[in-house]
Design a protein around this ligand. Structure first.
Ligand SMILES: Nc1ncnc2c1ncn2[C@@H]1O[C@H](COP(=O)(O)OP(=O)(O)O)[C@@H](O)[C@H]1O
Ligand SMILES: [Mg+2]
Length: 402
């Protein structure tokens, strides 16, 4: 491992001490600390950013977006910036900070293990990751996780068929695909992806747990099972495995390795909270929280969002209501749900039990068994939105880099 240097700008003693401890525990990482705020050290910040692999700073009361955006501009897209916030900040502030160029924002206090992991992730050698940091070349794939707010709501149906649509079919017979897509079934005990696609289950995740493997490319290539549609699937194992048999580190490596080889990595999550879910929250570009407008489902979604917010300020959660067609007029309970969730009700999947069941029974994708049914159309729309937003972001990155 090559040496990594970090700079910290903070006037908060407990933050200084936590970061110092985290860096001390990382081999080959060094830290330079400057006491003050981003604005008080003014000119020095960009110098620190240019001379180090990672700049960490404490968000002060009145975050000055202009300073952050100047910093980013002077340092270019390859510099990495982490903000630690010791107060609650609003979702819109967090988004604005991301937009002007802060790579990650974490709440403080934060567990020492978690902080260390985040620092490690943010100081990964960028020359080894040509994709995202060099927009001229291929980007790293997007990670999309699907999280069910209640059982049997249609999470796996969404995972599988969204992954399929993200392949980006084109051509006269819609046989050509433009994206490589992987599905990972992390619903370790009750995963249904293999059955739903009529594939042999893989023992990859079980072997990862039993042998303590940190999966590399070769391991994954051997564990992925290819579906006739082109999708590559890492399914849940056939044999029982305890949910906590995987570690955060393994899950982080799994996702990071896959996103080098795939344009999209779609992850089906269990309905149970377990430590490594934190790694999925951290790595996700989008998290689809799938539920419905019932009080219990909305309440459960809120609890999950709260949990995710402890892992990552502003987790990229988008709400999906399943078995409800998008209403022309929102009723009062939709308005209530939206308020409670603090997010727009962005995606709607109509109730279509017949086609959903038929696809499952035949072990087929909706695009094979009922391409034009209402459910399939809605998932196709979601896929298109995501693909067009991805290419929009790619353009932004290119423009910023130019
Ligand atoms: N939009 C939908 N409308 C009606 N039934 C659905 C829909 N989506 C899924 N189903 C059915 O609900 C059941 C559970 O689906 P599944 O995707 O396995 O849910 P989960 O992964 O949330 O447990 C299946 O029988 C499936 O056919
Ligand atoms: Mg499921």
């Amino acid at each position: 491992m090559t040496h990594k240097s970090l700079a910290l700008i903070s006037d908060n003693e407990s933050i200084i001490s936590s970061v110092t401890k985290a860096v001390d525990r990382l081999e080959d990482h060094s830290l330079e600390t400057l006491t003050g705020t981003l604005s008080s050290v003014n000119g020095h910040a960009s110098q620190l950013l240019n001379n180090n692999d990672l700049l960490v700073f404490t968000l002060s009361e009145d975050v000055d977006m202009e300073i952050v955006s100047d910093l980013r501009r002077s340092a270019g897209p390859s510099a990495t910036i982490l903000a630690l916030s010791d107060r609650d900040i609003s979702l819109s502030d967090a988004r604005a900070l991301n937009k002007v160029g802060v790579d990650e924002i974490l709440p403080f206090p934060i567990g020492s293990e978690e902080l260390r992991e985040q620092i490690q992730k943010l100081t990964v050698d960028k020359s080894l990751l040509p994709a995202i940091y060099n927009p001229q070349k291929q980007r790293l794939g997007q990670v999309i996780s699907v999280c069910p707010a209640r059982g049997g709501i249609g999470a796996s149906t969404l995972t599988i068929n969204l992954a399929d649509q993200l392949q980006g079919y084109s051509g006269i017979f819609r046989k050509k695909t433009q994206n490589k897509v992987a599905i990972v079934d992390l619903d370790l005990q009750f995963g249904t992806v293999a059955t739903a696609l009529d594939l042999e289950p893989s023992s990859g995740l079980l072997r990862m747990a039993q042998q303590g493997v940190n999966p590399d490319r070769t391991f994954l290539q051997q564990s992925l099972v290819q579906h006739a549609s082109g999708l590559e699937v890492l399914s849940a194992p056939e044999d029982f495995m305890p949910l906590d048999a995987l570690t955060r580190e393994q899950v982080t490596t799994l996702i990071e390795t896959l996103r080098h080889d795939f344009d999209y990595v779609v992850i089906d999550l269990p309905r149970i909270l377990v430590d490594w879910i934190g790694a999925v929250v951290t790595a996700s570009d989008r998290m689809f929280m799938i539920g419905d407008s019932s009080v219990s489902s909305v309440r459960q979604s809120c609890r999950l969002i709260d949990f995710f917010t402890k892992e990552r300020l502003a987790p990229p959660v988008e709400i999906v209501f399943s078995r409800e067609a998008k209403p022309t007029f929102r009723s009062s309970h939709h308005v209530e749900a939206q308020k409670a969730l603090g997010r727009e009700l962005r995606h709607w999947l109509p109730c279509d039990a017949r086609h959903a069941k038929q696809a499952l029974d035949r072990g087929q994708l909706l695009s094979q068994s009922a391409n034009n049914c209402a459910l399939s159309k809605s998932i196709r729309m979601m896929g298109r939105k995501i693909m067009s937003e991805t290419s929009g972001e790619a353009k932004d990155l290119k423009n910023n880099a130019a």
